[in-house]
Design a protein around this ligand. Structure first.
Ligand SMILES: [Zn+2]
Length: 337
């Protein structure tokens, strides 16, 4: 055989060797890697929470010690509390209640993609804190500026929650917290929508509505009746008329006489939109208004970090562009908006 034949055969063999090696060993790695990375980037696109202006030495002289001690930047300064972290989440509990922190970390990981999908938004900051300050009285709220959810709880309440986890029972204050319930739905929604500065009824309404959208919710917080004039509170098992949402002012100008069913009534506005126009409209309204809020100042001046957009602006810039002018008619008739 000629010398040329051997040269061509050797070259061909060499190339098929390289081809097989590429196909089975290298190609798979090259293809798989960027998919995972892209997904992570798209999920968290918010800003980093800067702790530059906070230091433990300033804390000693502060008059407002109780509120600053639980600032996420100052957690390391507070004795008696422990921080547990997982991914973008951190839960801060009094020492000894680490099991509570673990359960909430699971709950937040489960909650996050569900709320993100429903709201079509991402949190403003790249990290979310849940803090359990020991207190004489229980209260819950979310603070967008510190990207934190606060659950003030008494020692008895924390003990009973921790005990229920150990016994795997469904009782106790934090009923159902864990990897399949999203018990944080209400306050976590505030973290997603905080930068929208929604009118108060819409801010609380969307948070209550989101609870009803989580899978496996055993007790929906309220039920909006078919006659679209009432809702049924599950607690009382009776129908109540809607609150007058035109009286929904921001803290501290809250009209107490109108507060009782404000949250439920606000949730029924979103429930009605979903029933009448389709569930995807909720997400579109939130996204549309987030764009407006990013480029405009709130028109209702309440106080630093508390200013909100009026109902008029939210309806004009968020609701009407997505579902049309006829929204104005029923918003007025049913909710006095
Ligand atoms: Zn709330």
């Amino acid at each position: 055989m000629s010398k040329g034949f051997w040269v061509i055969s050797t070259v061909l063999l060499l190339f098929s060797g390289i081809f097989i090696f590429w196909n089975y060993f290298l190609k798979n790695d090259v293809v798989d890697e960027p998919v995972v990375k892209e997904d992570v980037d798209a999920t968290w696109s918010g800003e980093e929470l800067s702790c530059v202006e906070f230091s433990c030495s300033n804390l000693e002289s502060s008059n407002d010690r109780i509120s600053v001690v639980y600032h996420p930047c100052l957690v390391k300064c507070s004795n008696g509390y422990k921080i547990s972290e997982s991914g973008q989440f951190a839960v801060i509990v009094p020492t000894g209640y680490e099991l509570l922190a673990e359960k909430h970390l699971d709950d937040l990981q489960y909650c996050f993609p569900l709320l993100k999908e429903q709201l079509g938004l991402v949190p403003f900051y790249n990290k979310v804190y849940v803090v359990f300050p020991l207190a004489d009285e229980s209260k819950s709220y979310a603070s967008t500026s510190t990207s934190s959810i606060y659950y003030y709880r008494t020692k008895d309440q924390l003990d009973s929650a921790q005990k229920s986890f150990k016994k795997r029972s469904d009782e106790g204050l934090n009923f159902g917290v864990g990897p399949d319930s999203c018990i944080n739905a209400h306050e976590f929604t505030h973290i997603f929508t905080g930068e929208l500065h929604l009118p108060r009824w819409a801010n609380e309404g969307i948070a209550e509505y989101m609870i009803t959208q989580m899978p496996d919710v055993k007790d929906k917080p309220s039920y909006c009746a078919d006659d679209v004039l009432h809702f049924k509170s599950l607690k009382d098992e009776k129908f109540e008329p809607y609150s007058d949402l035109s009286k929904s002012f921001g803290v501290p100008d809250v009209d107490e006489s109108n507060e009782d069913y404000l949250y439920e009534t606000g949730a029924c506005v979103f429930d009605y939109i979903s029933e009448k126009y389709g569930q995807d409209k909720i997400k579109l309204i939130m996204q549309r208004f987030a764009e407006y809020a990013a480029n405009h100042e709130p028109d209702e001046i309440i106080g630093k970090d508390m200013n909100r957009f009026s109902s008029k602006i939210f309806i004009r810039e968020g609701i009407v562009p997505v579902i049309g002018e006829d929204a104005k008619v029923w918003l007025k008739k049913m909710f006095n908006l």
